[in-house]
Design a protein around this ligand. Structure first.
Ligand SMILES: Cc1cc2nc3c(=O)[nH]c(=O)nc-3n(C[C@H](O)[C@H](O)[C@H](O)COP(=O)(O)O)c2cc1C
Length: 196
C-alpha cells in the first residue's frame, strides 16, 4: 500500500539542529506561518507570537544570552558560548516563539501554551514538507530575565518559549529510532460502578 503523502511527511520528520542557507524563501515562510495558524486554539485566544530574526541578526542572540547571564549573576560558561556561536553562525532564520495567554483567564494558560506548541509542530512539519528542517531550542538564556524583553515580547503578558531555527540541513540526518507507542498507550476499562 502506498503511503499517504501527508502521513509520509509526519512520519519522516525529525529535528535538525545544524542548518544552513538557504532558509525558507518568502513563499515558503508564508506557508510555514500559515501552517502555524492551523493549530487548535480553544476559545480562539490566538496565543501565538512569532518574532522573525533574519540571518544578519541571528548571531546577536548569543550576545543577548551572555548579557542576560551576566545581569542574573550567572555568567554563561565559555564552552556554551562557543557552542552557540558555532551553531548560529550558519542558521539562516530563527523564529522566537512566545505565548500570550487569554488575558481574561477564561482559557487556562496551559491550553494556550499547548496551542503554541502545536503551532510550532505544524511549522516543523511544514518546513520538512518543503525540504527544509528545524530545531526548537530553549537554550540561549530563554528562561533568563531580560531576554524576552530584548526580543520585543511583553514580560508581563507573554511567555517566551524559545527559538525555532529553520534552514537546510547541513548533513542529511541519519534515521532515528522512535519509541514504540504501545509503551504509552493503554485501554481504559471502567470500574464496575460505572458499568451499564
Ligand atoms: C519546547 C522544546 C524545547 C527544546 N529545547 C531544546 C534545547 O534547548 N536543547 C536541545 O538539545 N533540544 C531541545 N529540544 C529538543 C529538540 O528540539 C528536538 O525535539 C530533539 O532533539 C528530538 O528531535 P526530534 O524532534 O527529531 O524527535 C526542545 C524541544 C522542545 C519541544
Amino acid at each position: 500500500m502506498s503511503m499517504n503523502p501527508l502521513l509520509e511527511v509526519l512520519l519522516d520528520r525529525q529535528s535538525v539542529k545544524f542548518v544552513q542557507a538557504p532558509g525558507p524563501d518568502a513563499v515558503q515562510l508564508d506557508l510555514i506561518l500559515q501552517a502555524a495558524m492551523r493549530a487548535p486554539d480553544h476559545g480562539a485566544v490566538r496565543p501565538w507570537r512569532f518574532k522573525l530574526i533574519p540571518r544578519q541578526h541571528v548571531p546577536m542572540l548569543v550576545d543577548l544570552a551572555i548579557q542576560a547571564g551576566q545581569a542574573a549573576g550567572k555568567p554563561m560558561p565559555d564552552f556554551k558560548i562557543t557552542k552557540w556561536r558555532a551553531w548560529l553562525a550558519r542558521v539562516p532564520l530563527v523564529i522566537a516563539i512566545a505565548c500570550r495567554p487569554d488575558p481574561s483567564g477564561r482559557i487556562r494558560e496551559q491550553e494556550s501554551l499547548l496551542s503554541v506548541g502545536t503551532a510550532v509542530m505544524n511549522m516543523l512539519n511544514a518546513a520538512h514538507a518543503l525540504g527544509l528542517a528545524g530545531f526548537w531550542s530553549t537554550g540561549m538564556g530563554t528562561y533568563l530575565d531580560g531576554v524576552a524583553e530584548a526580543l520585543g515580547f511583553d514580560a508581563l503578558d507573554e511567555r517566551f518559549m524559545g527559538y525555532l531555527a529553520l534552514g537546510t540541513p547541513i548533513e542529511q540526518p541519519g534515521p532515528v529510532i522512535r519509541p514504540d507507542y504501545r509503551e504509552f498507550v493503554t485501554e481504559w476499562q471502567p470500574s464496575p460502578e460505572f458499568s451499564a
